[in-house]
Design a protein around this ligand. Structure first.
Ligand code: FE2
Length: 222
């Protein structure tokens, strides 16, 4: 993620949120559709879930360390909002821990009952996340554009990018591009250095399609 000329380009965060929202929302149905005892499919879905949850964890820790303190000191009138955001993070962290635990159990057994337990916790997580992400986009990002500097925003974005393992960055770029609006897609592509754009076209697009097919059973529609 980068920035516009003199204000943080907060639309970048909306792109990341959409990735989390879309793919975590799809998981309860995918999990409950796994045939009883199919440990291989359960492990594939649990691995994907774990990757999303780890990404979400880093996204939130970045905000805890680099966003809420800045807002608390520069927008003291919005203190109640920041407190509400921190409480939502705490509830989501508990649900993420539960999903990690239940995902590991489901991968180990492949049992339908374990899948049902995981799907129920995932649904709770999705409810909490829907509320949190929409609050953040509607109420927090406008304040960020007012009070955070471009360099502070870039540091937050860089922290998020650094948390993705190098060998998965192109695949995650694909997931971001896939759920982005055409305008957001243009924003992402113009921010990529030329060599990265070339690598995306040469191998990233294909690697993303393979990863997508492994989860959804069919290639991505663009
Ligand atoms: Fe966020």
């Amino acid at each position: 993620m980068t920035t516009t000329a003199n204000r943080p380009q907060t639309e970048e965060m909306v792109i990341v949120h959409t990735l989390f929202r879309t793919h975590l929302a799809a998981l309860p149905d995918l999990v409950t559709a796994v045939p009883d005892g199919d440990r291989s499919r359960a492990a594939d879905l649990a691995g994907w879930l774990s990757e999303l949850l780890t990404g979400l964890h880093h996204h939130h820790v970045g905000e805890d360390e680099l966003m809420w303190p800045v807002l608390a000191s520069r927008a003291p009138q919005d203190r109640a909002l920041v407190l509400r955001m921190e409480e939502q993070h705490s509830r989501i962290a508990d649900l993420v821990a539960g999903c990690h635990r239940e995902g590991a159990a489901f991968a180990a057994s492949g049992r339908r009952t374990d899948g049902g337990t995981l799907a129920a916790t995932l649904s709770d997580l999705n409810d909490s996340l829907a509320e949190h992400l929409s609050d953040e986009e509607r109420h927090v990002l406008p304040i960020v554009r007012e009070v955070m500097s471009v360099d502070e925003w870039r540091a937050l974005a860089d922290r998020g990018n650094a948390s993705i393992p190098k060998e998965r960055r192109l695949v995650f770029l694909g997931f971001m591009l896939h759920t982005a609006t055409p305008e957001q897609r243009d924003l992402l592509m113009t921010q990529l250095p030329l060599p990265a754009r070339v690598v995306w076209r040469l191998v990233g697009r294909r690697d993303f399609a393979r990863a997508y097919r492994q989860i959804y059973g069919a290639g991505p529609q663009w």
